[in-house]
Design a protein around this ligand. Structure first.
Ligand code: GTP
Ligand code: MG
Length: 456
């Protein structure tokens, strides 16, 4: 049996209203002590909004007037008796109401404890519980729709389906192990092998989409590179629609790495502005350039900026060598000036037709075309129309482990007696159990829920 917890569920600060949440067996008791309204407590109906006065339980002093909602277990977020008291959104008001609740017998909830209880009471599985936090932290429409899909259980359904199939296969094998005298027909073995094989392929596809989900959630790591003074920082500022990076006409202005989140048509990019690459004698600039080379190694996508008003030189060629084999777009900047470089020559250098965009970062021309080009490029890199079933590394690792176990089962099929295969299959099931949270350790739960807000 759990105790009763409470927290302010709205952000700390002054606002129109604040919500104080209570969950646990003493909820109604606490409401009785602090909330005065015209209905007898025995008549309070769940999920009705009651208007009344919130009072100090010891002095009866009125703290505020507000609305109280009661949810009777198990039909609540946590699966327990719950109440939500909406009061005025002052910092003092809301903390006084919380104090009143605490004085009446609740304790302060830990971060994510409401959702943790929802999980422990079987209202959500672990994938859904994690999706709650992803939903709250969504920065793009895409992330929002992915988290929603996981929260309503679309991802878990697919995993449960895999798990059921594995359980069925395991049961069939167990029959044979328990009654070896009833020899399995050759064709039964063949059937089991085929089912395992199908499952293996389904899982493989899910895992490919797993990377999708994680990349999209963390943001496509995008690095802007080019020689000094070509307009990299001007471009970053344009894309962000704010003056984030310092721009001057002195080559070598940007010396350290600048990272910003950018939302392009619902996709999150982590954009990095770098120090211009050239042979340099200045130590600070040299370090900056070394970092730029490292960033190119790590990046998912490279935006290569060229100053079209200057002829290409060996520094440009060095950069082309560095990025040629990676996902890139070539940006011919300063098209407002007399051009010294033709698109044709760039096409030849890269040996490709597309991925080249002309812009003027200074004048803000060609930016929409650039954003479209970035979007198309990302679409080539990750599938945007597939809903992933996993969205963080914990989930991915569990799915991967399960996948390896199934792979092992397939490999063992021909080599060893069927009970060896059975062990691998059971391992596969156990990892899916971990993924869904049917099996968990306290440490794991602590790790997951500590990243949640208090009150969620
Ligand atoms: N005419 C013209 N000037 C531009 C354009 N884009 C940038 N500039 C100018 O070019 C100069 C350098 O711009 P930055 O954005 O600082 O260039 P950078 O590539 O970040 O330079 P470093 O940080 O030194 O590597 C500034 O004077 C900008 O105003 C453009 O499209 N047209
Ligand atoms: Mg710069």
């Amino acid at each position: 049996m759990f105790d009763t917890i409470a927290a302010i569920a709205t952000p700390h600060g002054t606002g129109a209203i604040a919500i104080i949440r209570i969950s646990g067996p003493d909820t109604l008791d606490i409401v009785r002590k602090i909330f005065r309204f015209n209905t007898r407590l025995s008549e309070i109906k769940p999920r009705y909004a009651y208007y009344g006065k919130i009072v100090d339980p010891f002095t009866n002093e009125v703290i505020d007037t507000g609305i109280c909602l009661y949810y009777k277990q198990p039909k609540s977020y946590t699966g327990e008796d719950m109440a939500e008291i909406c009061c005025h959104g002052g910092i003092l008001v809301s903390s006084r109401v919380l104090e009143a609740v605490l004085m009446s017998g609740a304790r302060v909830a830990e971060a994510g404890e409401f959702t943790k209880r929802a999980f422990l009471n079987g209202k959500l599985d672990l994938v859904q519980a994690e999706a709650v936090n992803d939903l709250i932290n969504s920065k793009t429409d895409l992330m929002l729709s992915m988290s929603n899909s996981l929260l309503i259980g679309e991802g878990s359904e697919k995993i449960k389906k895999l798990r059921n199939e594995l359980l069925n296969i395991s049961a069939e094998i167990e029959v044979h192990i328990d009654y070896p005298e009833e020899d399995l027909e050759e064709e039964n073995f063949e059937d089991i092998f085929q089912s395992l094989k199908n499952l293996y392929n389904d899982m493989k596809e899910l895992l490919q989409n797993a990377n999708n989900g994680i990349i999209l959630k963390n943001g496509i790591s995008t690095v802007i590179v080019g020689k000094p003074n070509v307009g990299k920082s001007t471009l970053l500022n344009r894309l962000l629609r704010e003056d984030r990076a310092i721009v001057t006409d002195v080559p070598g202005t940007t010396r350290d790495i600048i990272i910003e989140n950018l939302n392009i048509k619902g996709i999150l990019l982590k954009v990095i502005d770098t120090a211009g690459i050239r042979e340099s004698v200045d130590t600070v600039e040299k370090i900056g350039i070394e970092r730029t080379v490292q960033e190119i190694e790590k990046a998912d996508l490279i935006l290569f900026v060229i100053d079209a008003s200057e002829p290409l030189d060996e520094n440009d060629l060095r950069i082309i060598d560095l990025i040629k084999s990676k996902n890139h777009l070539v940006i011919l900047n300063k098209k407002d000036l007399d051009s010294k470089i033709s698109i044709e020559s760039i096409k030849k250098l890269f040996n490709e037709e597309k991925n080249i965009v002309e812009i003027s970062a200074l004048k803000g021309e060609g930016l929409e075309k650039l954003e479209n080009a970035i979007y198309s490029k990302v679409k080539e890199m990750v599938k945007l129309d597939v809903k992933p079933v996993v969205m963080n590394s914990r989930q991915k690792v569990a799915l991967e482990r399960s996948f390896s176990a199934i792979k092992e089962a397939l490999e063992n099929f021909e080599l060893y007696p069927i009970d060896v295969v059975s062990i691998s299959i059971r391992k596969g099931i156990e990892h899916l159990d971990e993924l869904l949270g049917l099996k968990y350790s306290d440490d794991l739960l602590e790790n997951i829920f500590k990243n949640f807000c208090v009150g969620k």
